[in-house]
Design a protein around this ligand. Structure first.
Ligand SMILES: [Mn+2]
Length: 284
């Protein structure tokens, strides 16, 4: 499959529960002129707690760099979990263009503001699973979800997300998501863009949202922790959310690598300068 542009966000490589082997399968089957990485590609928060960097995560980074070498345009807009990379905004590494935000022009001439979305956390009330404490509870629910997923795969059932299902059913989650989408759409309208592409809340979406006098396109890439979705632009500029349902063989080393203790890299979960240097190394 070949697209004009593929937008990917929230791979969370380095977090237990990340699905690097699925990302890899997607990258092997899909080709594009342009790859836009919309943040939380590497999860520096999770890595600072427990070092978990399976071969598949490495392969994902290598595969993206290879696409850049082979002539694809690769733009990387870091998110809050890989915010360390924001210091490199304006620079390019191995053909990867790092930007704080990005203005994408579609083949049919629409201007889309690309940002991760954590910029709006302070403006939207109550995002429990997005705070650092919430992130741990969320990771736990994902690990539970991973067990369910493993059983379903063994039974040949399609991929299904426990955390996603739980999240979608709480009233507060619904309110939060609506508030987030509204805030992001308002920003796009304020800068005169025709739409916005973001990630962050792990919920793929593609719809028009009224923002004041205007209507803007709200596009969220979703994530590769739960839903395995990407936003793609066809050669004619048409946008679409695709869900990657291929179930590749899970790597044998999946969960038996002994993690380093979290306190080896800084106590309270905050990234130390050494962590940032490590992260920068991974991103290069
Ligand atoms: Mn995020």
């Amino acid at each position: 499959m070949r697209y004009r542009t593929v937008f990917l966000s929230d791979l969370h490589l380095g977090m237990r529960g990340a699905q690097a082997h699925r990302v890899l399968s997607f990258l092997r089957h899909v080709d594009a002129e342009r790859w836009v990485l919309v943040g939380d590609i590497v999860d520096g928060w999770a890595l600072a707690r427990t070092w978990h960097w399976p071969q598949a995560a490495n392969d994902v980074v290598q595969k993206l760099l290879r696409k850049a070498r082979k002539g694809a345009e690769v733009i990387y807009v870091p998110g809050n979990h890989d915010a360390a990379a924001r210091q490199f905004a304006g620079l390019a590494f191995g053909g990867v263009d790092v930007r704080r935000q990005w203005l994408h022009r579609t083949a049919d001439g629409r201007r889309l503001l690309v940002l991760h979305g954590d910029e709006f956390d302070g403006m939207v009330a109550l995002a429990p699973w997005l705070s650092r404490v919430g992130a741990r509870a969320y990771a736990l629910s994902l690990r539970l979800g991973a067990a369910v997923t493993a059983v379903r795969e063994r039974l040949g059932m399609p991929y299904w997300s426990l955390a996603g299902a739980l999240k979608d059913r709480t009233k507060k989650a619904v309110q939060y998501i609506a508030g987030f989408e509204e805030a992001v759409a308002q920003r796009a309208a304020a800068v005169g863009a025709d739409g916005v592409v973001c990630g962050h809340i792990h919920r793929a979406e593609l719809r028009a949202i009224a923002a004041g006098e205007r209507t803007v396109l709200y596009a969220n890439c979703g994530d590769w922790v739960e839903s395995c979705t990407a936003l793609v632009e066809h050669t004619d500029g048409r946008l679409e959310i695709v869900r990657w349902t291929d179930v590749p063989d899970a790597p044998a080393e999946a969960d038996d690598d002994a993690p380093f203790e979290a306190d080896a890299v800084g106590g309270d979960g905050a990234a130390s300068p050494a962590d940032l240097a490590d992260l920068a190394g991974l991103l290069r």
